[in-house]
Design a protein around this ligand. Structure first.
Ligand code: FAD
Length: 475
C-alpha cells in the first residue's frame, strides 16, 4: 500500500459516470446494493459533456437561425446574427444543469461518489488515484464491478488534436466563432451532424470520406435524402478520399487527401474537423491485473447479462464489442448489469435498439431492414409513406423523406423500421415500442393517431404494408 492509501470495501464498484455507469449505479443503489461510482473527469461522461447533449444544443441553435433566415416563402424576412460565444454559453448552461442533476441523483439514491482514476490491482480491487498533486490514492475492494469507461476519439496520422486548426468533435462543440471554411474528415453520423450544423451557421463546409457514401451502415435510399439536403445547404462532398495531412498557408490551412489510386487533392480551410470514429477506453486501467483481455481494437466481450469472462466483472456501453456506441444502449446495458448483480433474471435484448442521426432531415432506425429480414429467413412485407403526403409535414415545411415499416408477411409482426424525415428521432420510438410489444402491422395501423401529426405517417406506412393506405398509393 502506498503512503496515504486507505482501503475500503463496496459491494459494487462502477468505473465511469457516463450514461452506462451512472445509470447502472443508480439502479443498483435502488436495489439496495452498496454502490460506489468512480469518475475521473465529469459526471455524465461523453454523452452529457462532449457528445449527445452539447451537439444537440448546437444543432437546435443552428436550425433556429437557419430556419428564421430561410422562411421568405412564408413571408418571413429575417437575417439572424448568431453570437457563437453566447450560443456556446447557453449550451454549456444546459450541460451544467444536466451534469449537476446526475450528481444530485446519484447522491439522493445513496451512491457513494469518488473522484479519481481507477486501475485494477487484481480481480477484486482497484486503486483510485485522485486528481492533482498530493491528493493521494485509495484502494477499493469490491464484490462486483461494472466497467463503463466509454470511448475516446480516434486520431489519424497527420492530424494532431493538439494543433490549433485540427478539431475533434469536442473542440468543434466548444467553438466560439464559426470558421469561414471547414473541412470535415469523415461522413459518419458525427461528421454529418456537425457538417450540417456548421453549414447552417454560415461556414463553407467540405466533407471528405474514404467510402463511397455518407452514413455507412444506413440504407442508401435513407442516406440519399440526407446527402441531397446537405448538397442543398452547400456542403461539398468528396468520396473515395482519405485525408493524408495539412499544412499552414498564408490564408488558413490546406488539407490534403489521397484516393486509393494515389491521386492527391487539396482543400483550403480554416479548421479541419476529424470525425472518423471512437475507440474504447480499456487500455489505461490495467485490466490484465483483473484477468481481463480486450480484443485487438480494445473492446471487451460480454454475455447477454453483460458479464465479462471474469464473471463478477461486467462491462457496459462503448467498451462493449458488437453493440452500437450509443448512450441509450449504454444505459440499458447498465440497467441489465445492475439488476443482474441484484440477482434478477435479466438479459440484454438487441432486437429493438433504435438509433437516431440528428442531420437534416433526421434519421431514426430500429430493428431489421428488408435485407436483414430476408437474411434472417423471414418473408418480409414492406410499407412506406412519403412525408410529402403528410399534411403535418407540409405545414412544418419539412416534407423530405419517408417512413418505412418492415414486417413478417406471414405473422404480420413488425420487424423493423427506417425513418428519414422531420422528427425521425422521436417517431422511431413508436416502432421500437411496437417491436418490443410484439405488435403486428394491424396493431399499428388500427391505432388511432392524432391528426395532423407526423406520427400519422407511421400508421400510414403500416397501412401501406397491408395494402390499405388512404393517403398514398398501395404497392
Ligand atoms: C459528438 C458526439 C455526439 C454524440 N451523439 C449521440 C447521440 O445523439 N445519441 C447517442 O445515443 N449517442 C451519441 N453519442 C455517443 C455517446 O456519447 C456514447 O455512446 C455514450 O456516452 C457512451 O456512454 P458510456 O457510459 O459507455 O461512456 P462515456 O459517456 O464515454 O463515459 C465514460 C466515463 O468514464 C470515465 N472514465 C474513463 N476511464 C476511467 C477510469 N479509469 N477511472 C474513472 N473514470 C474513468 C470517463 O471520464 C467518462 O466520464 C455521441 C458522441 C459524440 C462524441
Amino acid at each position: 500500500m502506498v503512503v496515504g492509501d486507505i482501503a475500503t470495501g463496496t459491494d459494487l464498484l462502477v468505473i465511469g459516470a457516463g450514461p452506462g455507469g451512472y445509470v447502472a449505479a443508480i439502479r443498483a443503489a435502488q436495489k439496495g446494493i452498496d454502490t460506489t461510482l468512480v469518475e475521473k473527469d465529469a459526471y455524465g461522461g461523453t454523452c452529457l459533456n462532449y457528445g449527445c447533449i452539447p451537439s444537440k444544443a448546437l444543432i437546435t441553435g443552428a436550425n433556429l437561425a437557419h430556419e428564421a433566415g430561410h422562411a421568405e416563402e412564408m413571408g418571413i424576412h429575417a437575417d439572424p446574427v448568431v453570437d457563437m460565444s453566447q450560443l456556446r454559453d447557453w449550451k454549456n448552461g444546459v450541460v451544467d444543469q444536466l451534469t449537476g442533476g446526475v450528481e444530485k441523483l446519484c447522491k439522493a439514491n445513496g451512491v457513494n461518489l469518488i473522484e479519481g482514476t481507477a486501475r485494477f490491482k487484481d480481480e477484486n480491487a482497484v486503486r483510485i488515484a485522485h486528481g492533482g498533486e498530493g491528493q493521494g490514492s485509495e484502494t477499493i475492494e469490491f464484490e462486483h464491478c461494472i466497467i463503463a469507461t466509454g470511448s475516446r476519439v480516434i486520431q489519424i496520422p497527420g492530424f494532431d488534436f493538439g494543433d490549433e486548426p485540427v478539431w475533434s468533435s469536442r473542440d468543434a462543440l466548444e467553438a466560439d466563432t464559426v470558421p469561414e471554411r471547414l473541412v470535415v474528415v469523415g461522413g459518419g453520423y458525427i461528421g454529418m451532424e456537425l457538417s450540417t450544423t456548421f453549414a447552417k451557421l454560415g461556414a463553407d463546409v467540405t466533407v471528405v470520406e474514404m467510402l463511397d457514401d455518407i452514413l455507412p451502415g444506413y440504407e442508401s435510399d435513407v442516406a440519399r435524402v440526407v446527402r441531397k439536403r446537405a448538397e442543398d445547404l452547400g456542403i461539398d462532398m468528396h468520396f473515395g478520399e482519405g485525408a493524408s495531412g495539412w499544412r499552414e498557408e498564408d490564408d488558413g490551412i490546406m488539407v490534403t487527401t489521397e484516393t486509393e489510386d494515389g491521386e492527391e487533392n487539396e482543400y483550403r480551410a480554416d479548421k479541419v474537423l476529424v470525425a472518423v470514429g471512437r475507440s474504447p477506453v480499456t487500455d489505461t486501467m490495467d485490466i490484465e491485473s483483473a484477468g481481463l483481455e480486450a480484443d485487438e481494437r480494445g473492446f471487451l466481450s460480454v454475455d447477454d447479462r453483460r458479464r465479462t469472462d471474469v464473471e463478477h466483472i461486467y462491462a457496459v456501453g462503448d467498451v462493449v464489442e458488437d453493440t452500437p456506441m450509443l448512450a441509450h444502449v449504454a444505459s440499458k446495458e447498465g440497467i441489465v448489469a445492475a439488476e443482474h448483480v441484484a440477482g434478477e433474471p435479466v438479459a440484454f435484448d438487441s432486437q429493438a435498439v433504435p438509433a437516431a442521426v440528428f442531420t437534416d432531415p433526421e434519421i431514426g432506425t430500429v430493428g431489421m431492414t428488408e435485407a436483414d429480414a430476408e437474411e434472417a429467413g423471414f418473408t418480409p412485407v414492406v410499407g412506406q409513406m412519403p412525408f410529402r403526403a403528410s399534411g403535418r409535414a407540409l405545414t412544418t415545411n419539412h416534407a423530405d423523406g419517408f417512413v418505412r415499416v418492415v414486417a413478417d408477411e406471414e405473422s404480420g409482426f413488425v420487424l423493423g423500421a427506417q425513418i428519414v424525415g422531420p422528427e425521425a428521432s422521436e417517431l422511431i420510438a413508436e416502432l421500437a415500442f411496437a417491436i418490443e410489444m410484439g405488435a403486428t402491422l394491424e396493431d399499428v395501423a388500427s391505432t388511432i393517431h392524432t391528426h395532423p401529426t407526423l406520427a400519422e405517417a407511421v400508421m400510414e406506412a403500416a397501412e401501406n404494408a397491408l395494402g390499405q393506405a388512404i393517403h398514398t398509393l398501395n404497392r
